[in-house]
Design a protein around this ligand. Structure first.
Ligand SMILES: [Zn+2]
Length: 462
């Protein structure tokens, strides 16, 4: 009897294990991943470390790119100062456009900054950008944007004569915008992609503030902003070249009192649009293997510091900051000099150009994935009419005609990343055999090739 009892126990255990195995797979719960598009993959292969190096060397060659440096015709002709840098960036975008039969519209956004913090005289601040307009009339209003700041500084904000090479901060980010424009302009996307470079960052984010306000005032449907600032992978011994930090705000800068109440009530502290964008980059990294791993930092920026993505956050847009793992402060905002046999200054020799190329691949893959994807579903709701342990999600069909199916994603409330996803077909309502009390849900729209939108977290439907 004793032996028989133990055999029964063993059989019961085996059945339990098989059951657990089967139920896990029966739900077809896979970790979220985007299908890798061969055309996008081929474009990523075009991104080159030597092209990046040429861009950064050229930007450094303008001596200083201080926003306060001269930008009159004579200064531009002399090849020194921010005016000369600006004209060169414009000419690069125009050259790429020529190579794709005029596919890029090269534009500037310029205004005069009156005297303010770190700006003594009225100063013209000019953002330069190229627009790769979407080829689908229903989808081209949807925008994604990559940016870097092309201005630089040395130890003294008002010193506009000595060198301020700014190779890492932020010729590296500027080179990412340029390189993304060069390779992605050879492809066509239903959505529109903007390649931006801004000025006035070092004095207080002036350029990006201006453009973000234009975007808000003109009602741009801007769905994602990737701000690359200090992505040079400084060659200090403690640098980790296998990762790139992606900073994202938790509570949106523009959250209303009502939003804050809902966030507190539902545990939505880690589900801003910016955070979804950061998670999306992790999925893109998994699908396309750009050679550098996004390391999400759940913080708006580095400790008590800021950057251009915040200008966009303040206007209500999803925006993240992308920065190397470890900054070397001897090479940042410093006059070029030797001190105690230590080299100071933001010189190109400290930049790892192949690392910048890998970061550019991650950016390009993210921009291309979003440019190709359908519009995210709107009005995503979780039904709460009755108390039940299932969860019913509803949403409006993605406009624009690209969506052929929807993906429900979910994760434990304590998990940083989406853990599971399920294709639920071309529906606008589905019931999941999971309790909304225990997980966080989201819904994304996907096309037939597997390009998926940013996921949207539901609000309660009462
Ligand atoms: Zn910077």
């Amino acid at each position: 009897m004793k032996e028989l009892g133990s055999a029964v126990a063993w059989r019961a255990l085996a059945v339990l294990l098989v059951w657990q195995f089967l139920t896990q797979f029966a739900a077809s719960q896979s970790a979220p991943a985007l299908a890798a598009d061969p055309k996008i993959k081929a474009a990523l292969n075009e991104i080159s470390g030597s092209r990046i190096q040429a861009d950064i060397d050229k930007l450094v060659s303008f001596g200083t790119r201080s926003t306060l440096s001269p930008q009159d015709t004579a200064a531009i002709a002399s090849g020194r100062g921010i005016g000369a840098a600006r004209e060169w960036i414009k000419s690069e975008f125009e050259r790429y456009s020529k190579d794709c039969g005029g596919c890029l519209e090269v534009k500037t956004d310029s205004y005069t900054q009156e005297p303010a913090e770190r700006v003594k005289e009225p100063t013209v601040i000019t953002n330069v950008y190229a627009v790769l307009e979407g080829n689908d009339p229903e989808n081209r209003k949807r925008l994604v944007l990559v940016t870097g700041h092309y201005d630089s500084r040395n130890s003294d904000n008002y010193n506009v004569t000595d060198d301020a090479p700014g190779a890492n901060d932020d010729a590296s980010g500027t080179a990412v915008s340029l390189e993304c424009a060069r390779v992605l302009s050879k492809l066509k996307f239903p959505g529109t992609i903007i390649f931006l470079t801004v000025a006035g960052e070092e004095q207080g984010l002036y350029g990006s503030k201006h453009l973000a306000k234009v975007a808000k005032d003109e009602g741009w449907d801007l769905q994602a902003v990737l701000n690359n600032d200090i992505v040079g992978g400084d060659k200090s011994p403690e640098q980790d070249h296998s990762v790139i930090r992606v900073f994202s705000e938790g509570i949106p800068a523009v959250a209303s009192d009502q939003d804050l109440r809902r966030i507190r009530l539902l545990g939505g502290e880690s589900d801003s649009g910016s955070r979804q964008l950061a998670r999306y980059m992790v999925e893109v990294g998994t699908s396309y293997g750009p050679g550098v791993k996004p390391m999400m930092i759940f913080r708006q920026d580095r400790y008590l510091r800021g950057g251009d993505h915040y200008s966009f956050n303040q206007q209500g847009f999803a925006a993240v900051r992308i920065t190397e793992f470890r900054e070397d402060f001897h090479h940042q905002h410093q006059n070029v000099r030797m001190e105690n046999s230590l080299q100071y200054g933001d010189l190109a020799k400290f930049v790892d150009f192949d690392y910048v190329a890998r970061v550019a691949r991650l950016n390009a893959a993210t921009l291309a994935s979003l440019g190709a994807a359908p519009t995210p579903p709107a009005n995503v709701h979780l039904e709460t009419k009755g108390l039940e342990n299932d969860s019913t999600l509803t949403w409006d069909a993605s406009p624009g005609g690209l969506a052929t199916s929807y993906q429900v994603l979910w994760r434990a409330t304590t998990s940083p990343e989406w853990e599971h996803s399920q294709d639920v077909g071309n529906l606008t309502r589905t019931t999941m055999n999971l309790s909304k009390d225990n997980v966080i849900f989201a819904v994304a729209a996907c096309d037939k090739a597997g390009h998926c939108s940013l996921p949207v977290v539901p609000t309660p439907e009462r």
